[in-house]
Design a protein around this ligand. Structure first.
Ligand code: NOJ
Length: 759
């Protein structure tokens, strides 16, 4: 399929290159913007309505499907459309040779030769993979996250890609939703900072540079709030949640010049995102002044018919174009009907012009009119792909690991530790640790847990204990977990009995999270819980190494297992990163970006909830307060939580309100242990009374730093109107004077508390 298309076009190219050859180097200076606008206008004047619509049309390539597979036989049609200038962008085509071939068709054969944008889901690396985004977010290290995105852009740009559909900045509170792995977790403040770091990493300082690719903030908006965590489900949220939780990360990246935004599959309060004028025009473009363009999600235009919002594809095109969805991903809606809709007066040509201007502007900014083959340097492709930047991947991987428990200080392990048992099929897995979303990487290319461990210590016996899955594990099919086969438990138990320390590597397969992978049970899948308990019965000295794409509900392990290390899916360098932490070469410093529930029944669970009118019982026997009768309301591990091999003490909280517009909060942090370590000091606020009730806590500052043993550091946070205000239910940002509580500490539940009055 892949090759036959190209064979059919080879040798058919005649050169009719009418492209405007203007040289442009991007900068944010006004003159450069003006000059781009002039070029955009000049080009727009030359375009027919059909060609304009073409710029609003994106087709999937012909192999790497990342949505429901399009019907076969559309390759010929797409080729004809490329020649006629009816395609503005292509997704899922990679490799300099493939990209060049398609680019040559539009440049040489279409009337105006407007270059294509090549988009791909480069979510956490391309060939070399960093941890899944949720894992990376646990690093709370913005520089490392930016570097990771930079490395991804360097590789992706080398294989012809100029546009990634990342970062996903959807805030999510429900671990059942499979796509929590792709975001930064539950907090809008942390999520905004991480979103900005990722955008900077992808886009670089200069879009015209060869390694810069445009980023895409997705999914606008509310996709992280699908009901009951079920993929593609309804989203029905209140205005306060929309304005204060969902929208801020989008606004943050728009303010930081993200060039594209993707709308979403979901309805938001009954209106599909793709047809949502309020979101796309009123807020994104008009209120926030976004000057990039909006891409639909995969066929989300067409899905408005299924939603019951459009009667057919033609009406879907009309609604989407009027609502401000600038480019249609693979639903054929615009390319089939938009010209007619304009001619019938159903869509104003001014709206089409606006969309096309946005798309052209980005193409100019990337320098594609100067050199449409900017991303097609085969020599660079070879050099980059053959020399993967594993250093960056390893650095962020080890920083993403979170130490959840280390009760009897089993960790770090002495390098010469004898009599170790290693148990769990994930320990010997080179594929699952790559995580979901890994289009450009080779299968089974991760350094496995065992391979990493071997570099430090080989005094172990390994037993897989049980298979995690049954049958083949490919991206497309539903995974079948091993729910019954315990035949290999015996060997694991025997090794555990003979050992001084047991390391159990358990968790999810990476294809249990990601798009289309929601779960209702979020404990250890398959027979792993049974295996853990069976081993525990013979040896309690267990280090549990978790690999998972979402927070897991593991209350039994949290109670019984002395040491627990959260490693997510760490990508290419998995084994090396974990080994460095196990043997203390790197002291763990990660903090959870998302609450771990005790049971699935607590979901959605998040730290920044409201207090309710009945937060606690008035007497011992009181029943009428906000609680469960069979479960605590507290999480298993809270947001912001994570331990180190050293300990940190917080003291001397000082709140200085001398300058009431710049309130200073100072705290002293001391490394009270014996090892050098990194801490993330976190500042939370709570306004006691406001016109819209405020969450019990809101993160408004954090700083990550390293401290030598016995060393102290004074950390200073500044609270301005930017931190102290909120969006009211009209969507206006307000700062209301009043009393605030402040907490500074090591996670969202532990810290020093103070208060101040904002005048
Ligand atoms: C659907 C996903 O929701 C979106 O995030 C992704 O970028 C597109 N498919 C393209 O693969």
């Amino acid at each position: 399929m892949k090759n036959s298309f190209f064979i059919s076009v080879r040798g058919m190219l005649s050169v009719t290159f009418v492209c405007i050859t203007v040289s442009f180097s991007f900068s944010q200076q006004k003159s450069a913007v003006d000059s781009i606008d002039i070029k955009v206008e000049a080009l727009l004047q030359k375009m027919t309505l059909e060609e304009k619509v073409g710029q609003m049309n994106q087709y999937n390539g012909f192999w790497n499907v990342t949505g429901p597979a399009p019907k076969g036989g559309d390759a010929k049609l797409k080729y004809e459309h490329l020649k006629k200038g009816l395609v503005g962008s292509v997704l899922n085509v990679e490799g300099t040779t493939n990209v060049r071939k398609l680019q040559e068709i539009v440049v040489n054969q279409s009337r105006l030769g407007i270059p294509l944008l090549f988009g791909l889901d480069v979510i956490h690396g391309h060939k070399t993979l960093s941890p899944i985004p949720l894992g990376e977010s646990a690093s709370w290290d913005l520089d490392a996250i930016e570097q990771s995105a930079r490395a991804a852009a360097t590789e992706a740009s080398a294989v012809g890609i100029c546009w990634t559909f990342a970062p996903m900045v959807d805030i999510s509170r429900d671990a059942r939703w499979g796509r929590v792995m792709e975001g930064a977790g539950e907090d809008p403040y942390l999520g905004s900072k991480i979103g900005i770091a990722r955008v900077h990493g992808f886009q670089g300082n200069n879009l015209a540079a060869p390694t810069s690719i445009i980023a895409c903030a997705k999914h606008f908006a509310g996709y992280g709030f699908v009901e009951a965590g079920r993929e593609y489900n309804t989203v029905d949220v209140g205005t306060s949640t929309l304005y204060n939780i969902i929208l801020p990360p989008f606004k943050a990246v728009v303010d930081n010049h993200v060039r594209t935004v993707m709308n979403a599959f979901n309805v938001l309060n009954g209106v599909p995102s793709t047809g949502n004028k309020f979101l796309q025009r009123d807020i994104l473009k008009n209120k926030w002044g976004f000057d990039g363009f909006v891409i639909s999600d995969w066929a989300s235009g067409a899905e408005m018919v299924e939603h019951g919002f459009a009667k057919d594809l033609k009406q879907a095109a009309e609604i989407a174009a009027n609502a401000g969805s600038d480019m249609d991903m693979q639903s054929y809606a615009y390319v089939t009907y938009l010209k007619q809709l304009v001619e019938e007066g159903k869509v104003d040509i001014k709206l089409v012009d606006d969309a096309v201007r946005r798309v052209l502007r980005v193409k100019f900014e990337l320098g594609l009119f100067d050199n449409p083959y900017k991303y097609c340097d085969t020599k660079r492709e070879q050099e980059t792909i053959n020399h993967p930047d594993t250093k960056t991947a390893l650095d962020i991987a080890r920083k993403s690991i979170v130490l959840l428990k280390n009760e009897s200080s089993l960790l770090p392990l002495p390098k010469n530790q004898k009599n170790i048992a290693i148990i769990g099929s994930l320990a010997n897995d080179k594929n699952s640790p790559l995580g979901s979303w890994r289009i450009g990487s080779d299968d089974s290319s991760a350094v496995s847990f065992l391979e990493g461990f071997n570099k430090y210590n080989t005094n172990y016996k390994y037993a897989k204990g049980a298979d995690l899955t049954v049958g083949k594990t490919t991206f497309i099919r539903e995974l079948q977990m091993n729910e019954t086969d315990t035949s290999e438990f015996a060997q694991a138990i025997q090794f555990a009995k003979q050992s001084d320390v047991v390391i159990m590597v358990l968790g999810e397969h990476s294809f249990q999270s990601g798009e289309g992978r929601s779960r209702t049970k979020i404990g250890l899948p398959g027979v792993q819980q049974q295996l853990l308990e069976a081993v525990y019965r013979v040896n309690k000295n267990i280090i549990l190494v978790l690999m998972n794409g979402r927070p897991l509900a593991i209350p039994w392990a949290a109670e019984h297992i002395p040491t627990i290390l959260e490693t997510w899916q760490l990508g290419t360098e998995t084994g090396d990163a974990i080994a460095q932490v196990l043997f203390g070469t790197y002291n763990p410093s990660g903090k959870l970006p998302m609450t771990f529930p005790r049971s699935v029944g607590q979901c959605p669970i998040y730290y920044n909830h409201y207090n309710t009118g009945r937060p606690r019982p008035k007497s011992k026997d009181e029943v009428f307060f906000s609680h469960y009768t069979d479960e605590s309301v507290n999480p298993l591990y809270p947001f912001g939580y994570g331990l180190s091999y050293t300990t940190f003490q917080y003291s001397n909280l000082i709140i200085d309100t001398t300058d009431n517009k710049n309130i200073k909060v100072r705290v002293t942090v001391t490394n009270t242990g014996t090892r050098v370590g990194e801490e993330v000091a976190q500042l939370y606020i709570h306004q006691r009374v406001a016109s819209v009730v405020r969450p019990v806590k809101e993160l408004k500052g954090f700083e990550k730093f390293s401290l030598q043993p016995k060393a102290s550091k004074v950390v200073t946070f500044t609270l301005t109107d930017k931190e102290l205000g909120f969006y009211n239910n009209d969507g206006n940002y307000v700062v209301e004077p009043g009393d605030f509580e402040v907490m500074v500490g090591t996670n969202s539940q532990e810290g020093l508390v103070g208060s101040f009055t904002k005048r």
